[in-house]
Design a protein around this ligand. Structure first.
Ligand code: GDP
Ligand code: FE
Ligand code: FE
Ligand code: FE
Length: 194
């Protein structure tokens, strides 16, 4: 039992597994393992990190029409309609996690909303842990991943800065639109002294 979900972790895993392809469910399990370690190292409740990690991509394989229906029904910011799955699965996905899984912990739901873009000054340690675990889980293999793991082991906050700088650089290079929250995250973490 966990205080963050009405059931066991095994039951939560089953519900997530039912929503995802096998390769993505395996990613979710690796994010869980990495998040629990980062939580223990950074004074975050590992049970809270475990639940947040297990649900972070819960909505990733939902159809665009599912997301659009929720945006309209809940009268969410209409600007969301200008974006796509990569933004919706966190921001709108948090609503589905609340409504379908009964997860109500506001810090978990915020960490899910922020897991793709990060956030600025208000970004909690839990949210930083999920953001970094998603980026660094042992199945990730990109140029610099080991450097990013080493930096994050030294300092969770330096890891957040590393990720946002490198992700934005990659998106700009590909001439991909940048979600405003990602820019807010970048501006906060590049200015921050630590
Ligand atoms: P995943 O769900 O485990 O694949 O990882 P994320 O939720 O962190 O990211 C989903 C995708 O969104 C990745 O390809 C990111 O590079 C991309 N992404 C992150 N921020 C932005 C942004 O501001 N704009 C765009 N277009 N894509 C972004
Ligand atoms: Fe994601
Ligand atoms: Fe991420
Ligand atoms: Fe993920």
């Amino acid at each position: 039992m966990t205080k963050y979900f009405d059931g066991s972790i095994a039951q939560l895993e089953e519900k997530v597994e039912a929503q995802l392809s096998d390769y993505r469910f395996q990613h979710v399990r690796r994010v869980r393992d990495y998040a629990v370690q980062l939580a223990e190292a950074n004074g975050v409740d590992p049970d809270q990190a475990e639940v947040a990690a297990l649900v972070h991509d819960y909505a990733k394989e939902r159809s665009d029409s599912d997301f659009i229906a929720v945006i309209k029904r809940k009268k969410m910011d209409p600007d969301l309609l200008n974006w796509g799955n990569y933004i919706w699965h966190g921001v709108v996905g948090a609503e589905m996690i609340h409504d379908e899984l009964g997860i109500t912990d506001p810090d978990i739901l915020t960490a899910v909303r922020e897991h793709t873009t990060g956030a600025g000054a208000t970004m909690s340690k839990l949210s930083q842990v999920i953001f970094m675990a998603d980026y660094l889980e042992v199945g990730r293999d990109f140029d610099g991943v080991q450097v990013a793991r080493d930096i994050t082991k030294q300092s969770l906050e330096q890891g957040v800065k590393y990720q946002i700088v490198h992700t934005l650089a990659r998106l700009v290079k590909k001439e991909t639109p940048i979600y405003p929250k990602s820019l807010e995250t970048y501006n906060y973490w590049v200015r921050k002294e630590n």
